[in-house]
Write a protein that binds this ligand. Structure first.
Ligand code: MRU
Length: 353
């Protein structure tokens, strides 16, 4: 993967860029210190970039994988204009193995594969590129709709806590949880956003704080362990988060620590709002117990900024998502509507609508 300077301002709404027949990703591992784009030429680069956290956040992973399919089709068609579809199987599987929890990845790959399978003779690239672009643009539109719906739930001026980064960087643009924050802030409803720093990748302190500060939205960092104490002091009406996968009963997988936050919120009478497009809902799973949880390398916990901080010879358990039971969630906001007190019935009703 090459580092490129693109002639666009590096910003959260341009974290995924298709330009000059290439895919460019803003390297989120380097933020906020450096703003660099990587140029990707093939599906294997793309899978590595997803696995290595160049791009992260469930919707952004799905969009990136969709563009990865375009790169795959280009290579396979060049190799065999009659057998490209069969050659693509390897690339689909590389992309599908990049990260396991965000269902948006599999949703986007299925959608791209359905289009590819339906194509007749000829070069598939332009048709697949249109589909990837549609996935990208639909995600931005869904975020805008969820921004309005979620902001509509917030009354008066309050402070909120968010966890990880569910902003423009994690999506096609605008953000899910941070989309609600943006819309609510513009309506004068948000006094302060408290962002958990989000160990071990620090998506909160590096990415959420970067995005919000650039937009002039007041943001204060918390260590993950400080959130309950901040709630106890009052003035926090909402915890607002995104999700990587929501099961049919409304259980929510999101960044590790979301469950802790929801338990603390319940104790303090703070409402939990989960903001996610329907591409994050997996109706094939009865409950959160069936959601595959990604376990990453112990070194991510034992080191910080590339420096060893854990005691030598000690192991670390590093699940990077957890499951918050539906009963701790006040509302799930999707582009199809708001599900209050999520359970099997009202999730099914929202998905059908
Ligand atoms: O490991 P990450 O950074 O990909 O985890 C991201 C999250 O947990 C986000 O909250 C989630 O994907 C929602 S993004 C709109």
């Amino acid at each position: 993967m090459e580092t490129k300077a693109l002639d666009i301002r590096a910003d959260a709404d341009h974290a995924i860029v298709w330009r000059n027949d290439r895919l460019y990703l803003l390297d989120q591992r380097l933020l906020p210190g450096e703003e660099h784009y990587l140029e990707l030429h093939a599906a294997d680069d793309t899978a590595v970039a997803i696995h290595d956290m160049v791009v992260r956040g469930a919707p952004a992973i799905g969009i990136t994988a969709a563009y990865g399919v375009v790169l795959a089709a280009r290579r396979c068609y060049a190799q065999s204009p009659s057998g490209w579809r069969d050659l693509m199987a390897h690339d689909y599987s590389l992309l599908a193995r990049s990260r396991p929890t965000a269902v948006n990845l599999f949703w986007a790959l299925d959608r791209m594969k359905r289009v590819a399978d339906g194509l007749s003779a000829g070069d598939p690239e332009q048709r697949l590129l249109r589909e990837a672009g549609a996935i990208h643009q639909e995600d931005v539109a869904a975020n805008r709709t969820m921004g309005d719906l979620g902001a509509g739930l917030i009354k008066g001026s309050t402070s909120v806590i968010t966890h990880c980064n569910a902003g423009a960087l994690a999506t096609g643009g605008y953000g899910t949880a941070l989309g609600v924050v943006r819309t609510a802030y513009a309506a004068g409803k948000i006094a302060m956003v408290y962002a958990d720093e989000t160990r071990p990748w620090l998506q909160g302190s590096r990415l959420t704080a970067w995005e919000l500060a650039r937009d002039g939205i007041p943001v204060t960092l918390l260590t993950d362990g400080a959130a309950a104490s901040r709630m106890a002091q009052g003035g926090i009406d909402w915890v607002i988060v995104g999700s990587d996968r929501i099961a049919a009963n409304g259980d929510v997988a999101n960044k590790i620590g979301t469950y802790n936050l929801a338990v603390a919120a319940h104790y303090h009478g703070v409402r939990v709002m989960v903001v996610a497009p329907t591409s994050t809902v997996d109706m094939s799973l009865a409950s959160g117990a069936e959601i595959p949880i990604e376990i990453r390398a112990p070194s991510e916990v034992l080191q910080c900024g590339g420096r060893q901080v854990g005691a030598g010879g000690v192991d670390a358990w590093n699940p990077v998502f957890d499951v918050t039971p539906a009963e701790l969630v006040y509302a799930i906001v999707t582009e199809r509507g708001v599900v209050r007190s999520p359970d099997r019935e009202n999730m099914a009703r929202m998905m059908a609508g």
